[in-house]
Design a protein around this ligand. Structure first.
Ligand SMILES: [Zn+2]
Length: 389
């Protein structure tokens, strides 16, 4: 075993008789020989071995400590991260709160390519997060033009952009913010999977941040399934927002099976309400930004580590409640019951699945890129768990 070191997210607090190691709500007290604490911390931070630390603390204790640190995910074999003059430099240490292979995660991010369908209140801020975090290639697809009433939440645009294609204005803004990013634009209305063929099949992830037409979720999923691309959507309404499920064809996920399971929890009234719901034309910048940030967070974690909270499930957040009530679907609700998912091809939910109107999209309430914008989830959809808001 080569040298290992503490990951950046673990803090070392010196105290009498040793050092307290802290990350989040976990702490570990370590005894160190008198007068050697500074040396001990420096060695743990810089990279060391059981043998080398044996002169500072009893070897059997060091061995036990390494075992404990390793089980906590607090040790890494990666060399210390050398800071670079890039916007995303400081997040590498943050990643060590999730994975000891933080630099490998950042390298994966820095090698990824993401498509964003809908550059509105969710897609625009999400694009900004992705570019700033180091995603080097973005594809933006939208047909809409910037309107003055977009400006309360679509922060990539300014009043000088009114009337411009959203894709073009967003690309300019992203290049201004992060000159390293390569942005390609597709100024097109998406009404079928053929429209998405303008995107490369090599995308690592497609973000669904549009809600029109009503079948956009189905369309995006058909394309994602056919190309083996992961799909993640987000949406926000008046009182709740949601994101997920992240559907990964390689993991056997399936939109149809997800919607069927979700719909099965609804009462007949809830199903009817969902099928009849219309999106709200109203929107509030902070709640859009909140959900867009969660979409971006999960996208980045998925790209970097292969895991994120909304994988296979939809996360729902009360964006009005002061307590921030939050409900989650159970894990892996998107597992397909038909191996390969082939049984669902040809469009439309399968027989026995959710009613068509209740199975619209991964982002059935996304902020509309269109002028009359915001969609709100129907009462039954708003919390995604079959309860009324
Ligand atoms: Zn299925």
């Amino acid at each position: 075993m080569g040298p290992v070191r503490l990951v950046e997210s673990v803090r070392c607090v010196r105290e009498d008789g040793g050092v307290l190691l802290v990350r989040g709500r976990e702490a570990l007290r370590v005894s160190v020989r008198a007068g050697r604490t500074g040396e001990f911390v420096e060695a743990l931070r810089g990279g060391t071995t059981v043998e080398a630390l044996g002169s500072i603390a009893a070897p059997e204790r060091v061995r036990a400590l390494f075992g404990k640190l390793d089980s906590l995910g607090w040790l890494t074999g990666e060399e210390a991260h050398s800071e670079q003059a890039v916007p995303w430099d400081r997040q590498v240490g943050w990643f060590t709160a999730l994975t000891p292979d933080a630099q490998a995660a950042q390298r994966r991010l820095c090698g990824s390519e993401v498509g964003i369908l809908g550059v509105g209140g969710i897609g625009g801020p999400a694009a900004q997060h992705l570019a700033a975090a180091g995603v080097p290639r973005l594809w933006l697809i939208d047909h809409d033009r910037v309107a003055v009433h977009n400006l309360n939440r679509q922060y990539l645009f300014g009043s000088e952009d009114i009337g411009r294609p959203k894709t073009e204005a967003a690309a300019d803004a992203l290049r201004r913010l992060v000159p390293e990013v390569e942005v390609r634009t597709v100024d097109r209305r998406v009404s079928g999977t053929a429209d998405l063929d303008a995107l490369p099949a090599s995308l690592d992830l497609l973000l669904l941040a549009a809600d029109r037409p009503r079948t956009i979720g189905e369309t995006a999923w058909e394309w994602a399934r056919a190309t083996g691309t992961a799909l993640l959507g987000g949406a926000v309404g008046l009182d709740t927002g949601c994101w997920g499920p992240l559907l990964d064809p390689a993991q056997g996920h399936c939109l149809h099976c997800f919607e069927a399971r979700r719909s099965a929890r609804f009462s007949s009234v809830e199903r009817e309400l969902e099928s009849r719901s219309d999106p709200t034309p109203y929107s509030f910048g902070p709640t859009n930004a909140l959900i867009a940030a969660f979409v971006a967070r999960d996208a980045l974690l998925y790209l970097g580590t292969g895991r994120c909270e909304s994988q296979g499930r939809r996360v729902v957040m009360d964006v009005l409640g002061i307590g921030g009530r939050r409900e989650e679907a159970t894990a892996d609700e998107a597992r397909c019951e038909r191996p390969g998912g082939e049984g669902h091809s040809g469009g439309g939910p399968s027989p026995g699945s959710a009613p068509a109107a209740a199975a619209p999209a991964a982002a059935d309430a996304a902020q509309a890129p269109a002028a009359r914008t915001a969609m709100t989830p129907a009462p039954a959809t708003t919390n995604g768990t079959g309860r009324h808001a």
